[in-house]
Design a protein around this ligand. Sequence first.
Ligand SMILES: Nc1ncnc2c1ncn2[C@@H]1O[C@H](COP(=O)(O)OP(=O)(O)OP(=O)(O)O)[C@@H](O)[C@H]1O
Ligand SMILES: [Mg+2]
Length: 238
Amino acid sequence: MIHFYHVTKKFDRYSTALHDVTFHIEKGEFIFLTGASGAGKSTLLKLILRQMEPSEGQIVVNGRNLNAMKRSQLPLFRRDIGMVFQDFKLIERMTVFENLSFILTVLNVSPKEHKKKAYGVLRAVNLQHKLNAYPLQLSGGEQQRVAIARALINDPLILVGDEPTGNLDPDLSAEILQIFADANLRGSTVVLATHDRELIRNSGRRVMTLDHGRIIDEKVAVPERPASRDTLFGFASS
Ligand SMILES: Nc1ncnc2c1ncn2[C@@H]1O[C@H](COP(=O)(O)OP(=O)(O)OP(=O)(O)O)[C@@H](O)[C@H]1O
Ligand SMILES: [Mg+2]
């Protein structure tokens, strides 16, 4: 679904955000992207969204070669991708419904379907009762859930999150993560950049770690199991 082949991104002579990065994310996967501040996570996500272009290398997303994509093809390409950022921006003078409806208009969805789609995604994030509230009447966590609803509204093939739990407490972070997991179960391929080790730990997901623009580690965060009887008694050597 997402393929990077020897991708390098330089901003200028002194700043190389990604160095020769190659990886593949399969359809239906849920992958965490982690690494210290400045490691290149946001840059990598922006390349997937084609918000910027690589200096070297090839990127293929959803079967399309991004290097060869024309500007006129971008809106169609982005219809299939949902994105959630830490500094999610809801439009304050619009209600929750109007915020969602606005995106549907941008995505060229017929107005007849707006109510049904908006209601569907709000149910997914458990906020169906806030349809007519304004963003400032919602808590930070609720606003973030509306932002996620907005990203989910067109059943995206790919869902990208850049620190989507950045300002939230652990309980809310777990709740947000669950919404991403549900979207993944419904078929979206999920790429989530986060510093939050608690979210990643025990997740059972693939974790890609960046350091100074290079992938330094790729493994699955295996859930910790309590030691079984056999290991406790030292029998399990196989
Ligand atoms: N537009 C830009 N112009 C110049 N340099 C940039 C630009 N965007 C990012 N960089 C540099 O590229 C490197 C990677 O930045 P990036 O934002 O991808 O890191 P990150 O892993 O997302 O960090 P954080 O966890 O702080 O969000 C950093 O050294 C950053 O200073
Ligand atoms: Mg970042």
